[in-house]
Design a protein around this ligand. Structure first.
Ligand SMILES: Cc1ncc(COP(=O)(O)O)c(C=O)c1O
Length: 379
């Protein structure tokens, strides 16, 4: 049989300034690139299998998980195949089909799919309904209390720590305390938080927290992190009756090979960069200020932004598209000529982007590039 050409290159996306918020904090560190080469083979981490992935000592997965638990202030940590698998594992274990859970209105689609797959109903906490699209703890409390009154028992509540539409940072500590007070188990989806900003699961009274290695921890995908509070560990990490060393909910072993070793190799750099989150945020805010100096570009979501993922309304770029011979494609093409990628082709009404990890001068260069494009084409 003759195989197709699978086009396995992405030089443009890799070598240019990439604004795609999904990808910025998943860029590999140099250490991870080396580890990828060393451990790229399928079951490479199983040379010295100790019976289960989290017990492997060469490479030092067991020690790494101890460090990771400390890093996010959780009692136990396991890796999963992604944040979504972590959410599903928790919902599926804690709830019975037909149960109802409460989820914030800015939740990622994978939170809904995880709930659907586990057979549970979802009650949504509305966001503020204005351009801030904010999830407040007052709104969460009201919805959760009403849900308890209406449904009876609510076993689980999920909060998106940072949502993928607006980059709004929610009050994880307030959420943990609220759930504890109301006797509801809490699940924090920190796919866009863990690896960028500090996580204090126990301090915040969070029962379960999930993270995403390929999104926010400079790891090759797919890999996620699941932090577990002590009181749930026995249940969550229960062993198989037939294969007594294997944990049932994790199907024995989760993400192996390149995903876990790149996560491990990047970890020291990730620990270090989380300490510098305030600097990162200051640089993002400066970038937002520069971009919104352009008339016809405004930031949507909570302002000033509390995260590097930022959403903009861009009517000026859309006005230009209406008259430009290349229509909506002009923006992508102009940016590409300036070595900037990551904004969807044809999209001009709004966009979201991230400059996470870029130098100040790279961020200034990008803001200026937008200014030049608008100057070139506006009436
Ligand atoms: C808020 C949020 N949660 C979860 C996910 C999914 O993460 P993963 O790919 O690790 O399952 C995403 C991905 O975009 C996201 O934005």
């Amino acid at each position: 049989m003759e195989c197709h050409d699978y086009k396995l290159t992405r030089t443009m996306e890799r070598e240019n300034l990439n604004l795609n918020p999904l990808q910025r904090a998943g860029l590999l560190t140099p250490e991870a690139r080396e580890a990828l080469f060393e451990f790229g083979d399928g079951y490479s981490v199983c040379d010295y299998c100790a019976g289960r992935l989290d017990e492997v000592n060469k490479p030092g997965i067991e020690m790494f998980l101890e460090d990771l638990a400390k890093f996010i202030d959780a009692d136990y940590v396991r890796t999963t195949h992604g944040a979504r698998e972590g959410k599903y594992t928790v919902i599926n274990k804690i709830c019975e089909p037909g149960d109802t859970i409460v989820v914030d209105g800015n939740a990622h689609y994978t939170s809904y799919l995880a709930a659907e797959r586990a057979g549970v109903n979802v009650i949504k906490v509305p966001n503020s309904g204005d351009s801030r699209a904010e999830i407040t703890m007052d709104a969460y409390r009201e919805t959760l209390e009403n849900a308890i009154d209406e449904v009876g028992e609510i076993k689980l509540a999920l909060l998106t720590h940072v949502d993928g539409d607006y980059g709004n940072l929610t009050d994880a500590k307030g959420f943990g305390k609220l759930c504890k007070k109301l006797g509801v188990i809490s699940l924090l989806n920190s796919a866009y938080g863990m690896g960028r900003l500090p996580i204090k699961a126990n301090e915040w009274d969070i029962d379960f927290v999930v993270g995403s290695g390929h999104k926010s921890m400079s790891a090759s995908g797919p890999i996620g992190v699941l932090g577990i509070k002590e009181e749930f560990a026995e249940d969550m990490l229960a062993r198989s009756k037939t294969h007594t060393n294997k944990e049932v909910e994790l199907l024995g072993c989760t993400s192996r090979g390149a995903p876990i070793v790149t996560l491990m190799a990047s970890f020291p750099a990730v620990v270090e960069r989380v300490n510098r989150w305030d600097e990162e945020l200051a640089l993002t805010r400066k970038f937002v200020d520069n971009l919104t100096e352009i008339e016809g570009i405004t930031q949507i979501g909570v302002t000033p932004t509390e995260h590097d993922l930022v959403r903009f309304d861009t009517p000026i770029l859309n006005e230009i598209a209406k008259k430009h011979p290349r229509k909506g494609f002009y923006l992508y093409e102009e940016l590409k000529n300036k070595h900037i990628v990551g904004i969807k082709r044809g999209q001009t009404e709004w966009f979201k982007c991230s400059t996470y990890g870029m130098t100040e001068s790279q961020r200034d260069y990008i803001a200026n590039a937008f200014k030049e494009i608008v100057e070139k084409y506006k009436d």
